[in-house]
Design a binder for this molecule. Structure first.
Ligand code: GLN
Length: 500
């Protein structure tokens, strides 16, 4: 079935590929080869990857093929290749977080999610590009190179999981893992026209994920549809004794929850995220999507998150404060880069190492975070931000009592031009205005493609659910995808490269 160069196979969602693998119509070795070829062909234009791991991928594919031949019952995604964001440890492979300070670091163990992906028989084809230490919204903060949006290579893919989103959008790989502290899975999913889920805080182990904002970070899937997101979340989720914040809450069969039936579901549109600050085209697409959900039998009303205006200042106090503490370990003693300059003592050595190793945005976060935590300012900034965070969480609790799920745009705009916002950090921070509030509340958020701008760039809709109820947002997202085809569109670049 998979003749040489039959890349159209990679345009299918992973659950369809899994069915082909099951029936023996294609092998994991073939799929993995196709993915590696497609990566090679598109990388010059996209730069979605920092490291490609062909040998490990081929070995894993052969192992899963022979296990299948021995009729060992495989997990649902066994044999489907996957890419991993470069802030998660894969044993023996570079883990740079797109930072010079970790350029030479090789992980010495597998993150829990990686261990689970491997145990599920999924070949890992490589590590994807990102904003340095996941700080950013465009992948331009990568110390190595920016990633390009497959829908228009002059535009950013979003960030910080921009490499994972671009790779899935261009069908270099059917699935990828990203991490989301303030929007880093959902916003690039929106910019690249793919599906992205940030699970509930505590749903997925963070062991082996290089920490950014520890009270906000979650790992989740980037896929072409909600069914794949459900399947991959099931693979990675669940209690882990190595991460005490990972909750011991049962993980339901999320794919089985996708019944297509959303009759009677109460959906609230977040009013504060449908105002002038959001592009009119984006608001229009969300309005249409809400109508489509209504046609499927849901009821749609107006929800309100009264404290939402505080989300940006609260997030930009809490996330940098936690980052400044987490990044203190990168000092030239234990990991990665150490300065070659002659230092006059260990403090001087730390300072030279960190000045050379960190990029501007990371330094900005460390400085603001250190300030917010310092004696005399802690109460005024960090503590106050935590209190407002509680108010935001309560807003969501109240709204989610009235409604089963909330919807909003995922991002206030479609993908912007490479270089367009690099000199304007506040404008860049605004790209996550619809998403970081969900991390502050600790609840799950999903982004699904819901249309295209006039310029042909994808638009995303965010679906927000109650804590540990990923099933309901995925069910609504899947029902919506069954009724629409935005998520099935594939960017031109694949055709241009003669790959489709
Ligand atoms: N853009 C936001 C930030 O820079 C969110 C990033 C993320 O979710 N990792 O902090």
């Amino acid at each position: 079935m998979a003749a040489n160069g039959d890349f159209s196979l990679l345009e299918r969602p992973a659950h369809e590929l899994a069915a082909l693998l099951d029936s023996g119509e294609v092998s994991s070795a073939e799929l993995t080869r196709l993915a590696l070829e497609r990566i090679e062909a598109l990388e010059p234009s996209l730069k979605a990857f920092l490291t490609i791991t062909p040998e490990q991928a081929r070995e894993a594919a052969e192992a899963v093929d022979s296990a299948r031949a021995r009729s060992e019952s495989p997990s649902p995604l066994a044999g489907v290749p996957i890419a991993i964001k470069d802030n998660m440890c894969v044993d023996g492979v570079a883990c740079t977080c797109a930072s010079k300070i970790l350029e030479s670091y090789r992980a010495v163990y597998d993150a829990t999610v990686v261990e689970r992906v491997k145990a599920a028989g999924m070949p890992i084809v490589g590590k994807t590009n990102m904003d340095e230490f996941a700080m950013g919204s465009s992948t331009e903060n990568s110390a190595f190179y920016p990633t390009h949006n497959p829908w228009d290579t002059g535009k950013v893919p979003g960030g910080s999981s921009g490499g994972s989103a671009a790779a899935v959008a261009a069908r270099q790989v059917p699935l990828a893992l990203g991490s989301d502290t303030g929007g880093s899975i959902r916003q690039p999913a929106s910019f690249c026209g793919v599906t992205g889920l940030k699970p509930t805080y505590g749903r997925v182990s963070r062991y082996g994920l290089v920490a950014y904002g520890s009270s906000l970070d979650q790992i989740g899937p980037l896929t072409t549809d909600c069914r794949d997101a459900a399947l991959l979340t099931r693979v990675i989720a669940g209690a882990d004794p190595r991460d005490t914040t990972c909750a011991d809450v049962e993980v339901p069969d999320l794919a089985a929850a996708l019944t297509g039936d959303i009759k009677g579901l109460r959906i609230g549109i977040i009013q504060e995220l449908m105002t002038e600050g959001i592009d009119a085209e984006v608001r229009g697409a969300i309005g249409k999507a809400a109508e489509a959900l209504e046609d499927l039998g849901a009821s749609v009303g107006e929800a309100t998150i009264p404290h939402i205006d505080y989300s940006l200042p609260v997030y930009y106090l809490i996330a940098p404060a936690e980052a400044s503490s987490n990044l203190a370990r990168f000092d030239g003693m234990r990991y990665g880069h150490r300065t070659d300059q002659k230092a006059s003592g260990h403090i001087d050595m730390y300072s030279r190492t960190r000045s050379e190793g960190f990029g501007d945005e990371v330094k900005r976060r460390i400085m603001t975070g250190t300030y917010a935590l310092s004696a005399g300012y802690y109460d005024a900034y960090y503590l106050k931000a935590q209190k407002v965070r509680t108010l935001l969480r309560r807003d969501f609790e109240a709204a989610l009592e009235k409604f089963d799920i909330l919807i909003s745009p995922t991002a206030p705009m479609t993908a912007f031009g490479i270089g367009e916002l690099v000199d304007d950090p506040i404008a860049m921070y605004m790209a996550d205005i619809c998403t970081f509030t969900v991390n502050l509340a600790g609840i799950p958020g999903l982004s699904v493609p819901c249309g295209f701008s006039e310029a042909g760039m994808p638009i995303g809709m965010q679906l927000v659910g109650r804590a540990f109820d990923e099933a309901t947002i995925l069910r609504a997202g899947e029902a919506y995808q069954e009724a629409t085809d935005h998520h099935r569109r594939v960017p031109e670049i694949t055709a241009k490269e003669g790959l489709s």
